[in-house]
Design a protein around this ligand. Structure first.
Ligand SMILES: Cc1cc2nc3c(=O)[nH]c(=O)nc-3n(C[C@H](O)[C@H](O)[C@H](O)COP(=O)(O)OP(=O)(O)OC[C@H]3O[C@@H](n4cnc5c(N)ncnc54)[C@H](O)[C@@H]3O)c2cc1C
Length: 388
């Protein structure tokens, strides 16, 4: 009885989940931690590290075994993003976009032939990118202007995408374009575009405030011909793919921000125990203890929200409200905890010799991508007020 009750606790992990988390944590500390500062400064993801993430099965967590994946759960993907982001949120978003957006979309909407062609590659060596946003369409994503015109057995793409995560590393791009602008959102269609397709080039790489090792680029399509067989799902149903993948992906971003907050808290707590002022460690001052306790409490609430949304998703239950709430709340917690961590470090928190200033910069993105906090609040308002 007591054991069953325990299992129902959201943060109680199964043996398999516990082992998986432990493995990812070890990998993050051994393989990622030594590279964090250099990758942030050079604004480049270490190629060897990306290879290792594939080798370790972290780039194809939910891909079924028959396609060469790890056959894990969405919850495991969330655990991986959390653990990795505690060390480096840039690597966290690389793994997140791969698993919660690209692979998720293929598992749900790809034809058997597309699955056989792409899932083994996504599990083995191919990074995915998700290209929805454009200069004129961010929050209003379905106002996108990239055109796909049918010409015989192919579609010809013209247009530009902006802000595309993983663009530098990616071999496969999930691109949203309209086949009928007059049809509004019902013209939006998804295509699988491989790197190197004639007419498709990368544009400018952004010079960012945070998550600097994660590449964010413009994509340019000029008369880029894509075989009709590369369409993902049905014509005019791309909006559904975009909405539904982002609904799930949002939990991944909440997990990224949760990991970031945990990482920042750990650094702050260790510092408070080591750093001495007025003859004793900072952690012996009650004011400092209360700040650390307050942060830990918010992180616990954040973790419960993320795990609940992820477990709802895995169980097939409705999770839209919980996912939106988790993203809003956890990105606030991440910003607050990272900011306090900088203060706990004092002057040392303000310089690059210590890890907290980077986490403070990295935290800002949580409120912006995969739907800004205002857009999440709009979704939440519709759902909660609609029920009154
Ligand atoms: C580092 C980074 C990585 C990204 N990665 C990807 C990616 O991989 N793929 C992809 O497709 N996109 C990606 N994006 C794009 C991201 O999703 C958009 O930036 C985001 O959706 C916001 O769109 P916008 O920048 O056009 O801002 P806008 O939509 O112009 O919003 C500006 C402000 O106005 C507010 N606002 C807008 N509409 C309303 C409204 N109706 N009511 C109240 N407030 C409103 C917003 O909340 C925001 O505060 C990325 C962005 C960044 C910065």
């Amino acid at each position: 009885m007591a054991e069953n009750e325990g299992r129902r606790a959201l943060t109680r992990l199964s043996e398999e989940e516990e082992m998986f988390r432990g493995t990812v944590r070890k990998i993050a500390l051994k393989e990622i931690a030594p590279l964090v500062r250099e990758m942030d400064e050079s604004q480049r993801m270490d190629a060897g590290l990306v290879g290792k993430l594939f080798e370790l099965g972290l780039m194809g967590i939910e891909i079924p075994e028959e396609y060469g994946g790890a056959a894990g759960s969405f919850f495991q993907a969330i655990l991986a993003v959390e653990e990795i982001s505690a060390v480096d949120p840039s690597v966290g978003v690389l793994v997140d976009v791969q698993n919660t957006l690209c692979i998720n979309a293929l598992i749900r909407w790809a034809s058997e032939e597309q699955k056989r062609r792409y899932l083994p590659r996504l599990a083995a060596d191919t990074v995915g990118a998700y290209a929805l946003s454009e200069a004129g369409s961010g929050s209003d994503a379905f106002a996108l202007a990239t055109r796909a015109v049918k010409r015989g057995e192919e579609f010809v793409l013209n247009g530009q995408k902006l802000w595309i995560t993983n663009a530098k590393e990616a071999g496969l791009f999930l691109v949203f374009a309209t086949i009928d602008p007059a049809a509004g959102y019902k013209g939006i269609t998804a295509f699988l575009v491989e790197k190197g397709t004639p007419g498709f080039t990368l544009g400018r790489k952004e010079d960012k405030l945070g998550i600097r090792a994660s590449s964010t680029c413009e994509l340019v399509f000029r008369d880029c011909a894509v075989p009709a067989a590369q369409m993902l799902g049905e014509p005019g149903k791309g909006y559904k793919i975009a909405i539904e993948t982002l609904n799930e992906g949002r939990i991944g971003i909440a997990a990224q921000m949760l990991g970031l907050a945990e990482g920042a808290w750990g650094h702050a707590a260790r510092w408070a125990k080591e750093r001495r002022q007025f003859g004793k460690p900072l952690a012996e001052f009650q004011a400092m203890q209360f700040q650390l306790a307050g942060m830990a409490t918010k992180i616990e609430a954040a973790r419960l929200m993320v795990y609940n949304a992820a477990r709802l998703k895995d169980s097939g239950a409705e999770f839209l409200k919980e996912a939106a709430m988790a993203k809003v709340f956890v990105s606030e917690v991440a910003e607050e905890v990272a900011s306090l961590a900088v203060e706990v470090f004092g002057g040392s928190g303000f310089v690059k010799d210590y890890p907290v200033e980077k986490l403070y910069r990295d935290a800002k993105i949580g409120k912006i991508y995969e739907g800004t906090s205002f857009m999440q609040l709009a979704t939440i308002a519709k759902l909660v007020l609609g029920r009154v």
